[in-house]
Design a protein around this ligand. Structure first.
Ligand SMILES: Nc1ncnc2c1ncn2[C@@H]1O[C@H](COP(=O)(O)OP(=O)(O)OP(=O)(O)O)[C@@H](O)[C@H]1O
Ligand SMILES: [Mg+2]
Length: 144
């Protein structure tokens, strides 16, 4: 199943994330792929708002994982941009997040693709033709 969206502002990307979040359940994995500045963190902001988290999502660039509680499910916001190797990933206990109660939303998830469960949402972010345009393609990957 593939869904395509065109966003023409930050707020539209937040809304797309918010709408998408309504289908998320405990244990879901959401992989975000796309160049710098294509809107991944804004999308996560929408997901966390949709889940009912009060504190808004910030980029976890320095911490790798930010946990947001207070919504209908916990959110583990993971950013792999600065991740140097997979050893670092195992050190932060990535499996505990994958198999935890919450939803994992993973920026730059393509850097850790070999560790990701097959059953997941894959969201691809691209620049559109106009300045503030972003293309978001969401695919649900499942075992066949
Ligand atoms: N339609 C849009 N959706 C989202 N952000 C937009 C849009 N148009 C312009 N922007 C701008 O693009 C940037 C997107 O930033 P954001 O941090 O969400 O990207 P990112 O994909 O998370 O980048 P990074 O890979 O560095 O984490 C912001 O500066 C935002 O203002
Ligand atoms: Mg980001």
């Amino acid at each position: 199943m593939i869904s395509n969206f065109i966003s023409s502002s930050e707020n539209e990307t937040i809304q797309i994330g918010k709408d998408f979040s309504s289908q998320l359940i405990s244990g879901d994995i959401v992989e975000l792929i796309g160049d710098l500045g294509t809107g991944k963190t804004h999308f996560v902001k929408g997901v966390s708002l949709g889940i009912g988290v009060k504190k808004s999502a910030i980029s976890p660039t320095f911490t790798i994982v930010n946990e947001y509680n207070g919504g209908r499910i916990p959110i583990y916001h993971i950013d792999c941009y600065r991740l140097l190797n997979s050893k670092e990933l195992l050190e932060i206990g990535i499996e505990d997040y994958f198999f935890g109660e919450g939803v994992c939303v993973i920026e730059w998830g393509n850097k850790i693709e070999e560790f990701l469960p097959l059953r997941r949402y894959q969201c691809e972010f691209k620049y559109g033709e106009k300045v503030n345009e972003r293309i978001i393609e969401i695919t649900k990957l499942e075992k066949i």
